[in-house]
Write a new protein. Structure first.
Lengths: 366, 400
């Protein structure tokens, strides 16, 4: 068996819909935010656009009664993991020894806030044990492992920057150490009421988008939510992409090392604070860049969605970019490397992470 | 096949039992414990459930500009400084080293600014600075900036296994050659949120906690930080660093059973221990003692005690939670540090709070200071929600 790590399955849900087909349809025919959220402002309540996920399809995989007490974020993550397993052809009974890693920037806030609500509304002694049980970031993964019967190792990485690349690195290490045969690793965020309020207070009118990731001088980020998971294994398939290098560093001391002719998915999502780094990469004539944020919205773990897009694109050798969001990355006439895609996440302090995906054909088992 | 051991060249902690490792160890062996009603937050519970709180003065002594908003990171910084000092590492050299940072926490990664949330909950439009501050105060994120660490950094949130899981993850970075050294462990602060939560589940003891005791009623929450400096053999050798111990094996599993109860048959923890033993290339008889998760709750201690009775029938074990409280995301880190401390001292403190054997548990922790007969110890961590982590440590050559 190769020491290389392959992508066996992709599981995604977000404002674009649910599953790989919905993601591709959205890439070909982008529609922007699919919903709106009511946000509080000093002038009253306003509706602002948002990319919202629908978790109904989880009922394809388990009876409704099992979901009665399961919060929305847990449903999103469970569905993302389950879709990735289904895409890989992994049966429910084979999920017992799966490893699972969640990367998130905000984590499970709704269940935590609802628990806090119970303390505020009913006093400390009236705090709800039921809400406490599923609160916190770990509550989500407890739900996921219980609902899917996963008994393998578990990790939740919760931090505002680079959660996804470090989570993916952990997944590759588990596989290389033979702790597990397969790991579902991905990112997820939930758009909660408080987040909408904070975004609106912080960003005002620019919170309405539309997202223009290549307009580096204008703030246009629109909030999103959803989950994106990849099922990784050391068993490579004919069409499944291969995971390449994972790097991190900081501008200007150690900028990303992107080779001449590289194809890059930028994490640009309409935030001005980190735009100058993306602008620098996009301006390099030797690189071919695109952004897909207008498909799924702005969120801390967006790189998981970009990795899913890269993997799905390499699988099908097709990856058009939304209008005004860069080049068709895998166009046949592209002078750039069409066998690998680097996903780049950059932050205002100059920190960045990159994860490279490589087409299967270029990396047969050694 | 056993995995390459990871060296431990530094250890540090701050707990309610002591402002550093020597003080905490001294309290453990003296059996000192003084949990009391929380002072940093108020509640309207009719009973003041005791907690193990760290005096603010202990933090201010070491960090003059300490802030309640970044208490977890501050506690982590204090423990890290002690560990770096023990490892003969200069903080100023970290930016140029191939160093990483991996910290577990629970409250440290949760937005629990009460004033902010209370105002929002009441229909107000509060200033959003606390929400932004929450992201910036994420423990590994904040501490990696303070220390100038250029390697990977990670805040792990797997409930009560967070600290142990962070150490396991850090070991993986060393073995993979990603880092030469990693500051790894756990950090936690007391909060009204977790206090109310555990009281609501009726697993908080109104008296000082009694792990494994027949009359145990639950846990006492605590706060603190405990970190190890994990280092590759090459790096430690090149620096001439003191080798305090070795991390031989790690295991991590899920119960997939219940949101707030461990599997009664202990199968999840058993598999985690077996995985760690396999990685270490050892069997149960090689374990000199066990640092148990031992929270003092009915379910945890019953499950753990039964497992020890069947898997380690002759191995002494203890819980430190009677002295330092249950520090949630920091527990695995603090207890890793204390396990190493006991291995190095060659003795085990009595399990504070234990008096009456529980016939249902079938195993009793040590009741006196006990000599450690062997060089390898196991530390178990069990999370609310069903995650289990086992770590196996060996004493370093300097203490053999």
């Amino acid at each position: 068996m190769s020491d290389r790590i392959g992508v066996r399955g992709i599981g995604v849900l977000g404002g674009f819909g649910c599953g790989k087909a919905a993601l591709f349809e959205a890439i070909r025919n982008p529609k922007g935010p699919n919903g709106s959220v009511a946000v509080r402002t000093p002038a009253g309540e306003e509706q602002v656009p948002a990319y919202l996920a629908d978790t109904t399809r989880i009922e394809d995989f388990m009876p409704k009664r099992k979901l009665r007490r399961v919060d929305r974020f847990s449903r999103m993550v469970t569905l993302g993991v389950r879709l990735a397993c289904a895409d890989a052809g992994l049966a429910a009974e084979d999920m017992k020894r799966l490893g699972v890693i969640l990367a998130t920037g905000y984590g499970s806030n709704d269940s935590t806030f609802r628990f806090l609500d119970s303390c505020l509304d009913h006093g400390d002694a009236g705090a709800s044990p039921l809400l406490f049980s599923s609160s916190g970031h770990s509550g989500v993964m407890s739900n996921v492992t219980i609902l899917l019967g996963i008994e393998g190792p578990l990790l939740t990485v919760c931090q505002p920057q680079l959660a996804v690349p470090f989570a993916v690195m952990a997944a590759t290490q588990w596989l290389r150490e033979d702790r597990v045969e397969a790991v579902a690793v991905g990112g997820a965020e939930e758009y909660v009421l408080l987040l909408g309020y904070v975004r609106q207070a912080r960003f005002g009118e620019s919170n309405r988008g539309p997202i223009r990731p290549f307009d580096f001088d204008t703030r246009s980020a629109v909030g999103g939510e959803g989950a994106a998971f990849l099922l990784l294994t050391k068993q490579l398939t004919e069409s499944g992409p291969i995971l390449g290098d994972i790097q991190w560093g900081r501008w200007p001391d150690r900028p990303p090392s992107l080779s001449r002719g590289a194809t890059v998915i930028l994490g640009a999502e309409g935030h001005r604070c980190e735009a100058r780094y993306y602008a620098e990469v996009a301006a390099d004539p030797d690189l071919r860049c695109a952004s897909y944020a207008p498909i799924f919205g702005s969120m801390p773990s967006a790189m998981a969605f970009n990795m899913a897009i890269a993997a799905a694109g390499l699988e099908t050798s097709s990856l058009p970019a939304p209008d005004g969001c860069g080049a068709d990355l895998l166009a046949e006439d592209s002078p750039a490397d069409r066998t690998a895609i680097a996903c780049l996440e950059a932050h205002k302090d100059g920190q960045y992470g990159t994860v490279v995906m490589t087409a299967a054909g270029k990396n047969k088992n050694k | 096949m056993s995995a390459e051991p990871v060296l431990i060249t530094g250890a540090g902690c701050i707990t309610a039992a002591g402002r550093n490792l020597p003080e905490t160890m001294a309290s453990l062996f003296a059996g000192t414990r003084s949990p009391a009603a929380p002072t940093r937050f108020r509640t309207d519970h009719p009973i003041a459930y005791p907690v193990f709180e760290i005096p603010d003065t202990w933090i201010a002594e070491q960090i003059p500009d300490a802030s309640p908003h970044r208490r977890c990171a501050d506690l982590g910084w204090i423990a890290s400084r002690e560990a770096l000092n023990m490892a003969a590492l200069d903080e100023s050299g970290l930016p140029s080293a191939r160093a990483g940072l991996c910290l577990g926490t629970v409250v440290g990664a949760a937005l629990e600014d009460e004033d902010f949330y209370t105002s929002f909950h009441a229909g107000g439009c509060p200033d959003v600075t606390p929400a932004e501050r929450f992201l910036q105060a994420n423990p590994a994120f904040m501490l990696h900036k303070r220390l100038g660490i250029t390697g990977p950094y990670m805040t792990v949130t797997t409930a009560c296994t967070s600290g142990a899981a962070a150490i396991a993850q850090a070991a993986s970075w060393i073995r993979a050659g990603v880092c030469d050294l990693v500051i790894a462990g756990g950090v936690e602060k007391l909060s009204r949120l977790s206090y109310d939560g555990f009281v609501s589940l009726m697993i908080a003891d109104a008296e000082p906690c009694r792990p494994f005791d027949r009359d145990r009623k639950g846990l006492n929450l605590g706060e603190g930080a405990g970190v190890l400096i994990l280092e590759s053999e090459t790096s430690a050798r090149n620096r001439g660093a003191p080798v305090l111990g070795r991390l031989l094996g790690e295991g991590n599993t899920c119960d997939a059973y219940h949101l707030s109860r461990p599997r009664p048959d202990g199968d999840g923890l058993r598999r985690a221990v077996q995985e760690a033993l396999k990685q270490a290339g050892l069997g149960p008889p090689d374990i000199a003692f066990i640092n148990a998760h031992g929270t003092g709750t009915l379910d945890n201690d019953l499950m753990e005690g039964k497992l020890f009775a069947s898997m380690f029938p002759h191995t002494p074990f203890h819980s430190t939670k009677g002295c330092a409280g249950h520090t949630l995301g920091a527990a695995g880190g603090i207890e890793a540090v204390l396990t190493l401390g006991c291995l190095r001292e060659g003795r085990l403190p009595a399990s504070a709070g234990f008096t009456h054997p529980d016939p249902d548990v079938g195993a009793t922790p040590v009741t006196d200071v006990t000599p450690v007969r062997g060089s390898v110890a196991l530390s178990t961590s069990v999370a609310y929600g069903g995650n289990n982590t086992a770590l196996i440590f060996a004493r370093g050559p300097a203490d053999e």
